[in-house]
Design a binder for this molecule. Structure first.
Ligand code: AMP
Length: 190
């Protein structure tokens, strides 16, 4: 039986978004990506978007309070009762504690955290490629390097957070999309 309340963790360029999209197709649960939500808010020019924009352009994390409120609203929607795949949230210990509290309020808890592991050379190559193809404004080399540093300093501690709670599965993220997807599937069934 596959876990259905799942978090994908990994540095920028690890393939979280791609793998989350495949996973939601298989599990029939929604994908919750704070990055996508924030980009949509910026495009819409909403209050959240106006507040988040400069952080995103600089490759900084958007302040916890804003992201936690947005994720909390999304998680409160009915379609999450069957499960969800979180992609890009939580990214700080404070966000992780807030997520635990939000789920506890709903009487549920996270079932698995999959950490997608990719070395920095591969990440940089992938992100520069994405920058050429998609023209994402936060995918320039300086910003990419900064986002990797932000990941190491602020998000990597979550690996221990979830390991201590017995929820962590580490998956090799180098290989084809299909290979990595298979490894994630196995980690969720284990
Ligand atoms: P992503 O598409 O997940 O790489 O997110 C793109 C950008 O959105 C990040 O570089 C952050 O500026 C912002 N962002 C997305 N999710 C979060 C989060 N959980 N906490 C803080 N900032 C976030």
């Amino acid at each position: 039986m596959s876990a259905r309340r799942v978090l994908l963790l990994g540095p920028p360029g690890a393939g979280k978004g791609t793998q989350a999209a495949l996973l939601v197709g298989r599990l029939g649960v929604p994908q919750i990506s704070t990055g996508d939500m924030l980009r949509a808010a910026v495009r819409a020019g909403s209050e959240l978007g106006r507040k988040a924009r400069s952080y995103m352009e600089r490759g900084e994390l958007v302040p916890d309070a804003l992201v936690i409120a947005a994720a909390g609203e999304r998680l409160a929607q009915d379609d999450t009762t069957r499960g969800f795949v979180l992609d890009g949230f939580p990214r700080t210990p404070e966000q992780a504690r807030a997520l635990d509290a939000l789920l506890a309020e709903a009487g549920v808890s996270l079932e698995r955290c999959v950490s997608i592991e990719v070395d920095e050379g591969t990440l940089l190559r992938r992100l520069l490629e994405r920058s050429r193809i998609e023209g994402r404004s936060d995918d320039h080399e300086e910003t990419i390097r900064h986002r990797m540093r932000v990941y190491r300093e602020q998000t990597q501690p979550l690996i221990d957070y979830y390991r201590e709670r017995g929820l962590l599965a580490e998956v090799d993220g180098v290989g084809s999309v299909e290979e990595v997807s298979k490894r994630i599937e196995e980690a969720l069934d284990a």
